[in-house]
Write a protein that binds this ligand. Structure first.
Ligand SMILES: [Zn+2]
Length: 324
């Protein structure tokens, strides 16, 4: 092999096979493009455990590359190796891991086109090929997902600057006070909830004061799309890629009234509503874990099935119960 050190065409193969045999997966981004990559794939760093930031120098030293190439030869050949995402030379460091889907670079580009189309002409998004594919995919899933009896405790947080809290504070807001959210349009109330109080705390951007959390019980037969566990529906690489991507899971700033980053997740919720789903389960974008729920029927939460509410103290787990 030492005779081949100057053959640039084999260097890439050796480099990639070393990454593979050490279990690092494929190169996803480099020091030139990692910031943009994280913005476009926000959930990957939260949800994928085998994710590696590799220094070029350290990778050379700790892999068999150092047995094949002198350092000078390594850096000479490295100049021909490009980041697959941004096409810049690999230098300093890069990130390597595997997605459960192929061609992330092509998908990332298609997601950008989709975001542009939906921002410009939201009512015509079905003219976009990818949006159409997603609709057809959800339509197919809707035929195989049935209503199931569900009995679950859920939590709903509100930031209330008063101690005069009542049960009605936790019910769905009236239409005129309904802001746009990740899965609802302006003026169209839904119920957002989480499967534990910590997720509510995270979703509301970890408020240190005045967070009140209500616990309620749902005992219904419901048809839900679970974006947290897509694999259970079989091969759904596109949906999985969308959950990893900012196209659905953008880490939006909640203080803005204009949230274009929610447009496509709201398209998903429109599709689900039209296809007679009762709601969607989706991962918490803030931490990548935890289960969030959105229900389209706001009557699923009433004063009768609201079990208790309390002020959430993030410092201690011993919360003060006002009412039960
Ligand atoms: Zn790059």
């Amino acid at each position: 092999m030492e005779n081949d050190v100057n053959l640039c065409d084999s260097f890439e193969d050796i480099f990639i096979s070393e990454l593979d045999s050490d279990g690092f997966g494929d190169i996803k981004c480099c020091n030139h493009c990692s910031e943009e990559f994280m913005e476009n794939w926000p959930m990957s760093f939260d949800r994928i455990s085998d994710i590696y930031r590799l220094e070029v120098d350290g990778f050379y030293e700790n892999s068999r590359l150092s047995g094949v190439y002198s350092k000078e030869e390594f850096y000479y050949n490295l100049a021909s190796l490009k980041c697959p995402r941004c096409n810049n030379k690999l230098e300093n460091y890069f990130w390597a891991f595997d997605f459960n889907f192929d061609s992330f670079e092509d998908l990332e580009l298609e997601f950008q086109y989709l975001k542009n189309d939906i921002n410009e002409t939201p009512f015509l998004v079905l003219k976009n090929n990818l949006a159409n594919v997603v609709y057809k995919l959800l339509e197919k899933l809707s035929k195989s997902i049935n209503s199931e009896p569900i009995e679950i405790q859920l939590f709903r947080g509100r930031i209330l600057n008063t101690d005069e809290v009542t049960k009605t504070d936790f019910l769905a807001p009236p239409k005129k006070h309904t802001k746009e959210g990740r899965y609802n349009h302006f003026g169209v109330p839904v119920i957002y909830a989480a499967n534990n109080d910590k997720t509510c705390f995270n979703e509301l951007r970890e408020p240190e004061n005045n967070l009140h959390i209500a616990e309620f019980k749902i005992k219904e037969s419901l048809k839900l799309l679970n974006l947290n566990d897509i694999n259970k529906y079989g091969e759904n690489e596109l949906l999985e890629a969308m959950v990893m991507s900012s196209v659905i899971s953008s880490k939006a700033q909640d203080n803005s009234n204009h949230k274009p980053e929610y447009y496509f997740s709201r398209f998903i919720s429109d599709c689900c509503k039209y296809l007679k789903f009762d709601g969607i389960i989706y991962p918490s974008v803030q931490i990548g874990k935890g289960e969030n729920y959105v229900f389209f029927n706001t009557k699923l939460l009433t004063e009768d099935n609201l079990i208790k509410y309390e002020k959430y103290d993030y410092k201690t787990t011993a919360n003060t119960v006002y009412n039960s």
